[in-house]
Design a binder for this molecule. Sequence first.
Ligand code: NAG
Ligand code: NAG
Ligand code: NAG
Ligand code: NAG
Ligand code: NAG
Ligand code: NAG
Ligand code: NAG
Length: 388
Amino acid sequence: MKSFSLLLLVVSPLFIAVNASPNIRDAPTTTVDIQDGQTGTLMVLPPRQTDTGTKNVPDANHPFIAPGPNDMRGPCPAMNTLANHGYISRNGITSFEEIINGAGEAFNIDRDMAAGMAALNILTRGNPFVNKISIGLVSPLVPPLPGQIDGPETQGIAKHGRVEGDGSMTRSDVHIGDNRNFNQTLWDEGLEVLAKFGDDGPDGPATVFNLQAGIELVNQTLVSDQVLDPEVDRFSFWSKYFLNTDSNGIDTDSVASVFANGTTKLATKRIITTFFMNQTFPENWFRPQAPVLGSNSPIAGEVAAALSDWVPGHNDENGVFVADPRPPAPFNSTSGCANYWDVLSNAVPAALANVTGIFKQNVDLLTGILFNASGCAEPIAPAGPTNV
Ligand SMILES: *[C@@H]1O[C@H](CO)[C@@H](O)[C@H](O)[C@H]1NC(C)=O
Ligand SMILES: *[C@@H]1O[C@H](CO)[C@@H](O)[C@H](O)[C@H]1NC(C)=O
Ligand SMILES: *[C@@H]1O[C@H](CO)[C@@H](O)[C@H](O)[C@H]1NC(C)=O
Ligand SMILES: *[C@@H]1O[C@H](CO)[C@@H](O)[C@H](O)[C@H]1NC(C)=O
Ligand SMILES: *[C@@H]1O[C@H](CO)[C@@H](O)[C@H](O)[C@H]1NC(C)=O
Ligand SMILES: *[C@@H]1O[C@H](CO)[C@@H](O)[C@H](O)[C@H]1NC(C)=O
Ligand SMILES: *[C@@H]1O[C@H](CO)[C@@H](O)[C@H](O)[C@H]1NC(C)=O
Protein backbone atom coordinates (compact mmCIF):
# COMPACT_ATOMS: atom_id res chain seq x y z
CA MET A 1 0.00 0.00 0.00
CA LYS A 2 1.22 3.34 -0.64
CA SER A 3 1.24 3.44 2.72
CA PHE A 4 2.02 5.97 4.70
CA SER A 5 -1.29 4.67 4.78
CA LEU A 6 -4.03 3.04 6.10
CA LEU A 7 -5.67 0.67 4.05
CA LEU A 8 -8.61 2.11 5.54
CA LEU A 9 -8.00 5.58 4.82
CA VAL A 10 -6.74 5.07 1.50
CA VAL A 11 -10.23 4.77 0.32
CA SER A 12 -11.53 7.85 1.86
CA PRO A 13 -12.11 10.18 -1.02
CA LEU A 14 -13.86 7.52 -2.94
CA PHE A 15 -16.65 7.73 -0.50
CA ILE A 16 -17.22 11.37 -0.39
CA ALA A 17 -20.50 11.12 -2.15
CA VAL A 18 -21.92 8.22 -0.25
CA ASN A 19 -25.38 8.63 0.97
CA ALA A 20 -26.14 6.97 4.18
CA SER A 21 -28.81 4.85 2.66
CA PRO A 22 -29.81 1.79 4.59
CA ASN A 23 -28.83 -1.45 3.07
CA ILE A 24 -32.09 -2.91 1.97
CA ARG A 25 -32.08 -6.22 0.26
CA ASP A 26 -34.15 -9.29 -0.17
CA ALA A 27 -33.94 -12.05 2.37
CA PRO A 28 -31.64 -14.78 1.13
CA THR A 29 -33.47 -17.64 -0.46
CA THR A 30 -31.02 -20.15 0.95
CA THR A 31 -29.61 -20.13 4.44
CA VAL A 32 -26.85 -22.62 3.74
CA ASP A 33 -24.74 -22.44 0.63
CA ILE A 34 -21.89 -24.87 0.14
CA GLN A 35 -19.61 -24.37 -2.86
CA ASP A 36 -16.48 -26.37 -3.49
CA GLY A 37 -16.55 -27.62 0.10
CA GLN A 38 -16.75 -24.11 1.58
CA THR A 39 -19.73 -22.78 3.50
CA GLY A 40 -20.79 -19.29 2.47
CA THR A 41 -21.32 -16.56 5.04
CA LEU A 42 -23.77 -13.82 4.18
CA MET A 43 -22.35 -10.35 4.80
CA VAL A 44 -24.52 -7.83 6.60
CA LEU A 45 -23.79 -4.10 6.70
CA PRO A 46 -23.57 -3.28 10.42
CA PRO A 47 -25.49 -0.31 11.87
CA ARG A 48 -23.64 2.95 12.43
CA GLN A 49 -22.06 3.30 15.84
CA THR A 50 -24.16 5.43 18.20
CA ASP A 51 -21.17 6.70 20.19
CA THR A 52 -19.52 9.13 17.80
CA GLY A 53 -17.40 11.48 19.91
CA THR A 54 -13.76 11.44 20.80
CA LYS A 55 -12.51 9.13 23.50
CA ASN A 56 -9.30 7.67 24.75
CA VAL A 57 -8.26 4.69 22.64
CA PRO A 58 -7.53 1.89 23.30
CA ASP A 59 -9.88 0.99 26.12
CA ALA A 60 -9.10 -1.59 28.77
CA ASN A 61 -10.52 -4.41 26.66
CA HIS A 62 -8.04 -3.80 23.84
CA PRO A 63 -4.48 -4.01 25.15
CA PHE A 64 -1.53 -4.28 22.78
CA ILE A 65 -0.38 -7.86 22.30
CA ALA A 66 2.45 -8.40 19.84
CA PRO A 67 1.53 -10.74 16.98
CA GLY A 68 2.58 -14.36 17.22
CA PRO A 69 4.47 -16.18 14.47
CA ASN A 70 1.30 -17.29 12.69
CA ASP A 71 -0.53 -13.99 12.94
CA MET A 72 -0.78 -12.05 9.68
CA ARG A 73 0.35 -8.47 9.43
CA GLY A 74 0.72 -6.38 6.30
CA PRO A 75 1.67 -3.07 4.74
CA CYS A 76 -1.11 -1.08 6.34
CA PRO A 77 -0.23 0.38 9.73
CA ALA A 78 -3.83 1.07 10.68
CA MET A 79 -4.96 -2.47 9.97
CA ASN A 80 -1.97 -3.81 11.87
CA THR A 81 -2.76 -1.53 14.79
CA LEU A 82 -6.36 -2.71 14.85
CA ALA A 83 -5.17 -6.32 14.94
CA ASN A 84 -2.47 -5.70 17.55
CA HIS A 85 -5.21 -4.41 19.86
CA GLY A 86 -7.94 -6.87 19.02
CA TYR A 87 -10.24 -4.34 17.34
CA ILE A 88 -10.13 -6.86 14.52
CA SER A 89 -9.02 -10.48 14.95
CA ARG A 90 -5.55 -10.66 16.38
CA ASN A 91 -4.59 -13.37 13.92
CA GLY A 92 -4.96 -10.86 11.08
CA ILE A 93 -7.78 -12.74 9.37
CA THR A 94 -10.74 -10.44 9.36
CA SER A 95 -14.18 -9.93 7.82
CA PHE A 96 -16.39 -7.25 6.31
CA GLU A 97 -18.29 -6.55 9.53
CA GLU A 98 -15.21 -6.70 11.73
CA ILE A 99 -13.32 -4.11 9.68
CA ILE A 100 -16.26 -1.72 9.77
CA ASN A 101 -16.87 -2.11 13.49
CA GLY A 102 -13.19 -2.04 14.44
CA ALA A 103 -12.35 0.99 12.30
CA GLY A 104 -15.41 2.74 13.70
CA GLU A 105 -14.66 2.04 17.30
CA ALA A 106 -10.93 2.72 17.25
CA PHE A 107 -10.55 5.42 14.59
CA ASN A 108 -14.08 6.82 14.41
CA ILE A 109 -14.23 6.02 10.72
CA ASP A 110 -17.74 6.48 9.39
CA ARG A 111 -19.60 3.25 8.68
CA ASP A 112 -19.97 3.88 4.95
CA MET A 113 -16.38 4.87 4.46
CA ALA A 114 -15.22 1.79 6.33
CA ALA A 115 -17.60 -0.33 4.26
CA GLY A 116 -16.04 1.02 1.08
CA MET A 117 -12.59 0.19 2.34
CA ALA A 118 -13.65 -3.29 3.38
CA ALA A 119 -15.40 -3.83 0.03
CA LEU A 120 -12.37 -2.82 -1.98
CA ASN A 121 -10.07 -5.08 -0.04
CA ILE A 122 -12.28 -8.13 0.10
CA LEU A 123 -13.21 -7.91 -3.59
CA THR A 124 -9.57 -7.68 -4.64
CA ARG A 125 -7.65 -9.72 -2.08
CA GLY A 126 -10.13 -11.65 0.06
CA ASN A 127 -12.63 -14.47 -0.25
CA PRO A 128 -16.05 -12.83 -0.42
CA PHE A 129 -17.84 -16.19 -0.29
CA VAL A 130 -16.61 -17.11 3.18
CA ASN A 131 -16.24 -13.42 4.16
CA LYS A 132 -12.58 -13.56 5.10
CA ILE A 133 -9.46 -11.61 4.24
CA SER A 134 -5.87 -11.70 5.42
CA ILE A 135 -4.39 -8.29 6.25
CA GLY A 136 -0.99 -9.76 5.35
CA LEU A 137 0.10 -12.70 3.25
CA VAL A 138 -1.62 -15.88 2.09
CA SER A 139 -3.20 -17.76 5.00
CA PRO A 140 -4.51 -21.31 5.29
CA LEU A 141 -7.49 -19.74 7.07
CA VAL A 142 -8.62 -18.01 3.87
CA PRO A 143 -9.35 -20.59 1.19
CA PRO A 144 -9.06 -19.96 -2.54
CA LEU A 145 -12.28 -18.77 -4.14
CA PRO A 146 -14.68 -21.65 -4.84
CA GLY A 147 -13.62 -23.40 -8.01
CA GLN A 148 -10.30 -21.53 -7.76
CA ILE A 149 -11.74 -18.99 -10.15
CA ASP A 150 -9.07 -16.47 -9.14
CA GLY A 151 -6.21 -18.92 -8.94
CA PRO A 152 -5.11 -21.52 -6.42
CA GLU A 153 -4.68 -19.10 -3.49
CA THR A 154 -6.45 -16.11 -2.07
CA GLN A 155 -3.74 -13.52 -1.57
CA GLY A 156 -3.89 -11.09 1.31
CA ILE A 157 -3.61 -7.35 1.09
CA ALA A 158 0.19 -7.54 1.20
CA LYS A 159 0.21 -8.96 -2.31
CA HIS A 160 1.51 -6.40 -4.78
CA GLY A 161 -0.90 -5.16 -7.42
CA ARG A 162 -4.66 -4.57 -7.21
CA VAL A 163 -4.45 -2.61 -3.94
CA GLU A 164 -0.83 -2.73 -2.80
CA GLY A 165 1.15 -0.27 -4.86
CA ASP A 166 4.48 1.47 -5.11
CA GLY A 167 5.44 4.74 -3.56
CA SER A 168 4.84 4.23 0.13
CA MET A 169 6.58 6.46 2.62
CA THR A 170 7.24 3.65 5.07
CA ARG A 171 7.34 0.48 2.96
CA SER A 172 9.67 -0.24 0.07
CA ASP A 173 8.45 -0.85 -3.45
CA VAL A 174 8.09 -4.55 -4.03
CA HIS A 175 10.81 -4.49 -6.71
CA ILE A 176 13.25 -2.83 -4.32
CA GLY A 177 12.75 -4.56 -1.01
CA ASP A 178 10.22 -5.47 1.64
CA ASN A 179 6.83 -4.00 0.76
CA ARG A 180 5.19 -5.23 3.96
CA ASN A 181 7.25 -4.15 6.95
CA PHE A 182 8.19 -0.73 8.20
CA ASN A 183 11.44 0.57 6.64
CA GLN A 184 13.36 2.84 9.00
CA THR A 185 15.51 4.32 6.23
CA LEU A 186 12.47 5.50 4.31
CA TRP A 187 10.85 6.95 7.38
CA ASP A 188 14.05 8.75 8.38
CA GLU A 189 13.98 10.42 4.97
CA GLY A 190 10.40 11.45 5.68
CA LEU A 191 11.33 12.86 9.06
CA GLU A 192 14.04 14.99 7.44
CA VAL A 193 11.30 16.58 5.38
CA LEU A 194 9.22 17.11 8.49
CA ALA A 195 12.17 18.77 10.19
CA LYS A 196 12.31 21.28 7.34
CA PHE A 197 8.65 22.02 6.81
CA GLY A 198 6.74 20.96 9.93
CA ASP A 199 5.08 23.20 12.49
CA ASP A 200 6.33 23.66 16.00
CA GLY A 201 4.47 21.66 18.64
CA PRO A 202 4.51 20.05 22.06
CA ASP A 203 7.42 17.80 21.05
CA GLY A 204 9.59 20.65 19.81
CA PRO A 205 10.26 22.76 16.72
CA ALA A 206 9.14 21.37 13.35
CA THR A 207 7.53 18.23 14.75
CA VAL A 208 3.93 18.62 13.59
CA PHE A 209 2.73 17.50 10.16
CA ASN A 210 1.13 20.23 8.11
CA LEU A 211 0.09 20.69 4.50
CA GLN A 212 3.49 21.81 3.27
CA ALA A 213 5.27 18.90 4.93
CA GLY A 214 2.70 16.57 3.39
CA ILE A 215 3.24 17.95 -0.09
CA GLU A 216 7.01 17.81 0.19
CA LEU A 217 6.93 14.32 1.62
CA VAL A 218 4.79 12.95 -1.16
CA ASN A 219 6.86 14.75 -3.75
CA GLN A 220 10.08 13.36 -2.33
CA THR A 221 8.64 9.85 -2.34
CA LEU A 222 7.56 10.16 -5.96
CA VAL A 223 10.86 11.65 -7.09
CA SER A 224 12.99 8.99 -5.46
CA ASP A 225 10.67 6.20 -6.51
CA GLN A 226 10.88 7.20 -10.14
CA VAL A 227 14.67 7.15 -9.89
CA LEU A 228 15.20 4.07 -7.76
CA ASP A 229 12.56 1.66 -8.99
CA PRO A 230 13.05 0.82 -12.67
CA GLU A 231 9.77 -1.08 -12.65
CA VAL A 232 7.83 1.51 -10.77
CA ASP A 233 4.13 1.20 -11.29
CA ARG A 234 3.16 4.56 -10.05
CA PHE A 235 -0.38 4.80 -8.94
CA SER A 236 -0.83 1.19 -9.80
CA PHE A 237 -4.16 0.85 -8.19
CA TRP A 238 -7.59 2.14 -7.68
CA SER A 239 -6.95 5.50 -6.17
CA LYS A 240 -4.94 6.77 -9.09
CA TYR A 241 -7.75 8.60 -10.74
CA PHE A 242 -9.00 10.15 -7.61
CA LEU A 243 -5.87 12.06 -6.98
CA ASN A 244 -3.09 12.40 -9.42
CA THR A 245 -0.91 11.95 -6.43
CA ASP A 246 -2.34 8.57 -5.74
CA SER A 247 -3.10 7.49 -2.24
CA ASN A 248 -0.13 9.41 -0.99
CA GLY A 249 -2.37 12.40 -1.03
CA ILE A 250 -4.78 10.44 1.02
CA ASP A 251 -2.01 9.27 3.25
CA THR A 252 -1.36 12.80 4.24
CA ASP A 253 -5.07 13.24 4.61
CA SER A 254 -5.30 10.32 6.96
CA VAL A 255 -2.45 11.66 9.01
CA ALA A 256 -4.37 14.85 9.49
CA SER A 257 -7.85 13.47 9.94
CA VAL A 258 -7.43 10.06 11.51
CA PHE A 259 -4.10 9.66 13.27
CA ALA A 260 -3.96 13.16 14.72
CA ASN A 261 -4.78 13.41 18.38
CA GLY A 262 -8.55 13.95 18.44
CA THR A 263 -8.50 16.56 21.17
CA THR A 264 -5.70 18.75 19.85
CA LYS A 265 -5.93 17.76 16.16
CA LEU A 266 -2.14 17.68 16.09
CA ALA A 267 -0.39 14.98 14.05
CA THR A 268 2.92 14.98 15.84
CA LYS A 269 6.09 13.18 14.91
CA ARG A 270 5.72 10.94 17.96
CA ILE A 271 2.10 10.03 17.21
CA ILE A 272 2.67 9.27 13.54
CA THR A 273 5.88 7.35 14.20
CA THR A 274 4.11 5.28 16.83
CA PHE A 275 1.41 4.26 14.36
CA PHE A 276 3.75 3.62 11.44
CA MET A 277 6.63 1.98 13.22
CA ASN A 278 5.18 0.39 16.35
CA GLN A 279 1.68 -0.17 15.04
CA THR A 280 0.09 0.68 18.31
CA PHE A 281 -1.87 3.63 19.69
CA PRO A 282 0.29 6.37 21.16
CA GLU A 283 -0.03 6.74 24.89
CA ASN A 284 -2.96 8.95 25.88
CA TRP A 285 -4.25 9.16 22.31
CA PHE A 286 -7.78 10.29 21.48
CA ARG A 287 -9.69 9.26 18.40
CA PRO A 288 -11.17 11.93 16.08
CA GLN A 289 -13.90 14.15 17.46
CA ALA A 290 -16.42 13.29 14.76
CA PRO A 291 -16.86 10.38 12.35
CA VAL A 292 -14.28 10.53 9.57
CA LEU A 293 -16.14 10.70 6.29
CA GLY A 294 -13.32 11.09 3.84
CA SER A 295 -14.74 14.45 2.94
CA ASN A 296 -13.97 16.38 6.09
CA SER A 297 -10.37 17.16 5.35
CA PRO A 298 -9.32 19.26 2.38
CA ILE A 299 -5.73 18.14 2.68
CA ALA A 300 -5.78 15.32 0.16
CA GLY A 301 -7.19 17.65 -2.47
CA GLU A 302 -4.62 20.31 -1.72
CA VAL A 303 -1.76 17.84 -1.92
CA ALA A 304 -3.13 16.60 -5.22
CA ALA A 305 -3.44 20.11 -6.57
CA ALA A 306 0.13 20.91 -5.60
CA LEU A 307 1.44 17.77 -7.27
CA SER A 308 -0.80 17.65 -10.32
CA ASP A 309 2.19 17.18 -12.64
CA TRP A 310 2.46 13.61 -11.44
CA VAL A 311 0.22 11.39 -13.53
CA PRO A 312 -0.59 7.67 -13.23
CA GLY A 313 1.55 5.25 -15.19
CA HIS A 314 4.53 2.95 -15.01
CA ASN A 315 8.12 2.65 -16.17
CA ASP A 316 8.62 0.52 -19.26
CA GLU A 317 11.45 -2.00 -19.71
CA ASN A 318 13.83 0.85 -20.55
CA GLY A 319 12.91 2.70 -17.40
CA VAL A 320 10.97 5.31 -19.35
CA PHE A 321 7.76 6.50 -17.79
CA VAL A 322 4.57 5.67 -19.71
CA ALA A 323 1.33 7.35 -18.66
CA ASP A 324 -1.78 5.23 -18.29
CA PRO A 325 -4.68 5.71 -20.70
CA ARG A 326 -7.41 7.88 -19.28
CA PRO A 327 -10.75 6.28 -18.44
CA PRO A 328 -13.22 6.34 -21.35
CA ALA A 329 -16.26 8.59 -21.34
CA PRO A 330 -18.57 8.72 -19.47
CA PHE A 331 -16.39 7.37 -16.67
CA ASN A 332 -14.05 10.34 -16.92
CA SER A 333 -16.79 12.71 -15.75
CA THR A 334 -15.59 12.88 -12.16
CA SER A 335 -12.57 11.57 -10.32
CA GLY A 336 -14.77 9.36 -8.15
CA CYS A 337 -16.35 7.73 -11.17
CA ALA A 338 -12.99 7.35 -12.92
CA ASN A 339 -11.65 5.69 -9.84
CA TYR A 340 -14.58 3.28 -9.73
CA TRP A 341 -14.02 2.46 -13.40
CA ASP A 342 -10.40 1.73 -12.68
CA VAL A 343 -11.16 -0.51 -9.72
CA LEU A 344 -13.82 -2.55 -11.47
CA SER A 345 -11.90 -2.75 -14.76
CA ASN A 346 -8.44 -3.45 -13.43
CA ALA A 347 -8.50 -4.60 -9.82
CA VAL A 348 -11.63 -6.69 -9.18
CA PRO A 349 -11.24 -10.03 -11.00
CA ALA A 350 -13.69 -10.68 -13.80
CA ALA A 351 -14.41 -14.10 -12.33
CA LEU A 352 -16.52 -12.41 -9.66
CA ALA A 353 -19.01 -11.31 -12.29
CA ASN A 354 -20.23 -14.86 -12.69
CA VAL A 355 -20.88 -16.28 -9.24
CA THR A 356 -24.03 -17.62 -7.63
CA GLY A 357 -25.89 -17.92 -4.33
CA ILE A 358 -24.43 -16.32 -1.22
CA PHE A 359 -21.26 -15.70 -3.22
CA LYS A 360 -23.24 -13.50 -5.61
CA GLN A 361 -25.16 -11.78 -2.84
CA ASN A 362 -21.93 -10.80 -1.12
CA VAL A 363 -20.25 -9.66 -4.32
CA ASP A 364 -23.34 -7.64 -5.21
CA LEU A 365 -23.32 -6.00 -1.79
CA LEU A 366 -19.64 -5.05 -2.05
CA THR A 367 -19.74 -3.84 -5.66
CA GLY A 368 -22.96 -1.99 -4.82
CA ILE A 369 -21.18 -0.14 -2.03
CA LEU A 370 -18.43 0.91 -4.43
CA PHE A 371 -20.95 1.92 -7.09
CA ASN A 372 -23.05 3.95 -4.67
CA ALA A 373 -19.94 5.84 -3.63
CA SER A 374 -18.72 6.42 -7.17
CA GLY A 375 -21.07 9.04 -8.54
CA CYS A 376 -21.22 7.06 -11.79
CA ALA A 377 -24.55 6.75 -13.59
CA GLU A 378 -24.12 3.09 -14.53
CA PRO A 379 -22.52 0.19 -12.69
CA ILE A 380 -19.67 -1.80 -14.25
CA ALA A 381 -19.27 -5.56 -13.92
CA PRO A 382 -15.96 -6.79 -12.49
CA ALA A 383 -13.54 -7.11 -15.41
CA GLY A 384 -10.05 -7.21 -13.96
CA PRO A 385 -7.41 -9.84 -14.69
CA THR A 386 -7.52 -13.16 -12.88
CA ASN A 387 -4.87 -14.84 -10.74
CA VAL A 388 -2.53 -11.86 -10.55
C1 NAG B 1 -27.14 1.84 -2.97
O1 NAG B 1 -28.05 2.92 -3.00
C2 NAG B 1 -29.39 2.53 -3.25
C3 NAG B 1 -30.21 3.79 -3.44
O2 NAG B 1 -30.04 4.65 -2.35
C4 NAG B 1 -29.87 1.67 -2.08
O3 NAG B 1 -31.18 1.23 -2.29
C5 NAG B 1 -28.96 0.46 -1.94
O4 NAG B 1 -29.31 -0.28 -0.79
C6 NAG B 1 -27.51 0.90 -1.85
N1 NAG B 1 -26.68 -0.30 -1.95
C7 NAG B 1 -25.75 -0.59 -1.08
C8 NAG B 1 -25.02 -1.86 -1.30
O5 NAG B 1 -25.48 0.12 -0.13
C1 NAG C 1 14.65 0.22 2.95
O1 NAG C 1 14.72 1.38 2.14
C2 NAG C 1 16.00 1.64 1.61
C3 NAG C 1 15.93 2.98 0.89
O2 NAG C 1 15.06 2.91 -0.22
C4 NAG C 1 16.45 0.51 0.72
O3 NAG C 1 17.73 0.73 0.23
C5 NAG C 1 16.40 -0.80 1.50
O4 NAG C 1 16.69 -1.89 0.64
C6 NAG C 1 15.04 -1.00 2.13
N1 NAG C 1 15.08 -2.16 2.98
C7 NAG C 1 14.22 -3.18 2.84
C8 NAG C 1 14.39 -4.31 3.79
O5 NAG C 1 13.33 -3.20 2.00
C1 NAG D 1 9.43 17.92 -6.23
O1 NAG D 1 10.80 17.64 -6.17
C2 NAG D 1 11.51 18.00 -7.34
C3 NAG D 1 12.94 17.48 -7.20
O2 NAG D 1 13.47 17.85 -5.97
C4 NAG D 1 11.44 19.49 -7.51
O3 NAG D 1 12.10 19.86 -8.71
C5 NAG D 1 9.99 19.93 -7.56
O4 NAG D 1 9.89 21.32 -7.60
C6 NAG D 1 9.23 19.42 -6.36
N1 NAG D 1 7.82 19.73 -6.51
C7 NAG D 1 7.10 20.24 -5.52
C8 NAG D 1 5.66 20.50 -5.81
O5 NAG D 1 7.57 20.47 -4.43
C1 NAG E 1 8.43 1.96 19.67
O1 NAG E 1 8.67 0.84 20.47
C2 NAG E 1 9.98 0.79 21.01
C3 NAG E 1 10.16 -0.55 21.72
O2 NAG E 1 9.12 -0.75 22.62
C4 NAG E 1 10.17 1.97 21.95
O3 NAG E 1 11.47 1.97 22.45
C5 NAG E 1 9.94 3.25 21.15
O4 NAG E 1 10.00 4.36 22.03
C6 NAG E 1 8.60 3.24 20.47
N1 NAG E 1 8.53 4.40 19.60
C7 NAG E 1 7.44 5.10 19.43
C8 NAG E 1 7.55 6.29 18.55
O5 NAG E 1 6.37 4.79 19.93
C1 NAG F 1 -3.79 14.42 23.20
O1 NAG F 1 -4.23 15.63 23.71
C2 NAG F 1 -4.46 15.64 25.11
C3 NAG F 1 -4.94 17.01 25.51
O2 NAG F 1 -6.22 17.21 25.02
C4 NAG F 1 -3.17 15.32 25.83
O3 NAG F 1 -3.43 15.21 27.22
C5 NAG F 1 -2.63 14.00 25.31
O4 NAG F 1 -1.36 13.75 25.90
C6 NAG F 1 -2.45 14.05 23.81
N1 NAG F 1 -2.04 12.74 23.33
C7 NAG F 1 -1.02 12.55 22.50
C8 NAG F 1 -0.73 11.15 22.09
O5 NAG F 1 -0.37 13.45 22.03
C1 NAG G 1 -14.00 12.35 -21.42
O1 NAG G 1 -13.50 11.71 -22.58
C2 NAG G 1 -14.06 12.22 -23.79
C3 NAG G 1 -13.60 11.35 -24.94
O2 NAG G 1 -12.20 11.23 -24.92
C4 NAG G 1 -13.63 13.70 -23.95
O3 NAG G 1 -14.19 14.24 -25.11
C5 NAG G 1 -14.11 14.47 -22.73
O4 NAG G 1 -13.64 15.79 -22.80
C6 NAG G 1 -13.63 13.83 -21.45
N1 NAG G 1 -14.26 14.48 -20.30
C7 NAG G 1 -13.55 14.90 -19.27
C8 NAG G 1 -14.33 15.54 -18.16
O5 NAG G 1 -12.34 14.79 -19.20
C1 NAG H 1 -20.32 -18.50 -15.89
O1 NAG H 1 -20.64 -19.71 -15.16
C2 NAG H 1 -21.29 -20.68 -15.93
C3 NAG H 1 -21.70 -21.81 -15.01
O2 NAG H 1 -20.62 -22.26 -14.23
C4 NAG H 1 -20.36 -21.13 -17.05
O3 NAG H 1 -21.01 -22.07 -17.87
C5 NAG H 1 -19.99 -19.92 -17.89
O4 NAG H 1 -19.04 -20.27 -18.85
C6 NAG H 1 -19.39 -18.81 -17.03
N1 NAG H 1 -19.20 -17.61 -17.82
C7 NAG H 1 -18.09 -16.87 -17.72
C8 NAG H 1 -18.05 -15.63 -18.55
O5 NAG H 1 -17.16 -17.17 -16.99
